[in-house]
Design a protein around this ligand. Structure first.
Ligand code: EPZ
Length: 438
């Protein structure tokens, strides 16, 4: 069965891999192409399942998507956009949350959109209340139906003023993709300003949009009547780069990640160094390596950009099980993002999760019965085990744990990892990992 990997752990990862465009940008840039009245070209696209899902959803809506041989370049032609059948959207979207971001562009093009019940990883209930409220504020009519949510904008979309309760990445993207063609000015306060969002703003500006980002994280957009296609090279995937860096640290290895870029990874690099990792930055990537000796425990708090991002936390926790002393990790973005630690504990790690806000500032999950802080005591040798991949980033952490543990682990459900890590098995082989298919 292809979905199972037998991993023979205990070997340092050693070698060079290449990371391409950011999963959490590429999917949004593809949706942005819907807004143009001429074709767009997107380069540095990774061949991951999320891109395939968005490609299928775009084709359902009449967009022609052509990929070159290695999938790295997509040409998206939105000149014949049409409504799609509800059942097709639902069937094709799977667990992806991306359909929610089709709303703005489809409302501009067709006056209607439909969102199936959304999935996404099991890391909290992943609500979309901010998204729906934003669409209503633009003048859309939002109706909950049995199979999903129907949205209409018979009178067009009018610019509005929004303040986000929390700097949500998706909600910020929702507003951007709707405001650029809305009538008049839109203002978003408490916006998210992640690098992936800034690159989406680059794409929209190339299409003809007028967008400013102020120092107080207020984004202002002047709606324009038409947008044209874009030509753009995606920024690199800082989450994948950090995942491989954490794997290098946990396995006492030495991994060069070509395509990794320093500006988007500043907070990770600082933490990597504090734990005892070393890195060399070159023009075409970053070399991450364990210099020998002990790793050091740390106190870490995840946050929105420019803080230490939540998606970096799971892979790094595996390296912290190999650090000397007590580490504290306070997860402030998602309420339930330590589920993956159960498998690590089963492999010999000493990890305790707490409801309290430990190690940093009180956050919105404090005292609400969410186990969103973890204490990791190390170093603890990890023993091979049979593990089930829980979600995308937790799954990669399980892979790192299996690579770190002595013995042969059986990692089940690895197909989930293909959602966000391009050719991860080819990369493991390039780094000298020993594994076989179950
Ligand atoms: C994006 O998710 C990323 N996914 C996530 O990466 C990433 O962890 C997250 O941003 C934070 O950086 C994609 O870009 C596809 P949010 P998103 O809206 O947009 C709450 C990965 O593995 N919230 O910033 O869904 C929400 O519950 C994934 O690549 C609401 O309450 O994240 C969470 O607590 C995991 N209501 C917080 O905001 C809403 O309507 C941040 O979520 C929307 C969000």
């Amino acid at each position: 069965m292809r979905d199972v990997l037998q991993v023979h752990g205990g070997l340092p990862l050693h070698g060079e891999i290449t990371v391409r465009g950011a999963k959490n940008f590429v999917s949004k840039a593809m949706v942005a192409a819907l807004l143009g009245d001429t074709p767009s070209t997107l380069r540095n696209v990774p061949q991951i399942r999320d891109v395939a899902v968005v490609t299928g959803l775009l084709e359902l809506h009449g967009v022609r998507v052509e990929a070159d041989a290695d999938g790295g370049t997509l040409v998206l032609d939105p000149r014949n956009v049409e409504s799609a059948h509800v059942a097709d959207i639902d069937a094709h979207a799977g667990s992806s949350r991306i359909p929610i971001l089709f709303c703005g562009p489809l409302l501009h093009r067709l006056g209607e959109a439909f969102i199936p019940d959304l999935g996404g990883c099991r890391i909290g209930d992943r609500p979309i209340d901010y998204h729906l409220e934003i669409l209503r504020q633009f003048g859309a009519e939002v109706t909950k139906r049995e199979s999903g949510i129907e949205i209409r904008a018979p009178h067009g979309l009018i610019g509005t003023k929004v303040r986000l309760p929390y700097p949500s990445v998706g909600a910020t993207e929702q507003l951007l993709l709707t405001a650029v063609r809305a009538e008049g000015i839109t203002e978003l306060s408490n916006a998210a300003i992640e690098p992936e969002i800034m690159d989406l703003i680059n794409v929209l500006q190339k299409m003809g949009a007028i967008i400013s980002v102020d120092t107080d994280r207020v984004i202002r957009i002047e709606g324009v009547a038409r947008l044209r296609g874009f030509q753009h090279t995606a920024l690199s995937d800082r989450i994948e780069a950090a995942s491989w860096a954490s794997a290098a640290l946990a396995t006492r290895g030495d991994v060069t990640v070509k395509g990794a870029t320093q500006p988007e990874m500043t907070a990770f690099l600082n933490t990597f160094r504090k734990v005892g990792g070393e890195f060399d930055i070159t023009d075409d990537g970053i070399r991450f390596y364990h210099p020998g000796g002990d790793l050091r425990s740390i106190v870490l708090e995840t946050d929105v950009h420019p803080g230490f991002m939540t998606d970096w936390q799971q892979p790094l926790v595996v390296a912290l099980t190999q650090a000397k002393g007590l580490s504290i990790v306070h997860e402030t973005v998602y309420e339930n993002r330590f589920g993956f630690t159960e498998a690590l504990t089963g492999m010999g790690a000493t990890i305790q999760v707490y409801r309290e806000c430990l190690g940093g500032h009180p956050c919105r999950f404090g005292q609400r019965n969410f186990y969103h802080s973890a204490v990791i005591s190390g170093p603890t040798p990890l023993e091979a085990a049979d593990i089930e991949v829980p979600d995308l980033r937790g799954g990669f952490s399980h892979l790192i744990a299996a690579l770190t543990a002595k013995g042969t682990s059986e990692v089940r459900g690895i197909g989930l990892i293909d959602r966000g890590y391009e050719d991860f098995q080819g990369k493991l082989a390039a780094l000298g990992a020993e594994f076989s298919h179950g």
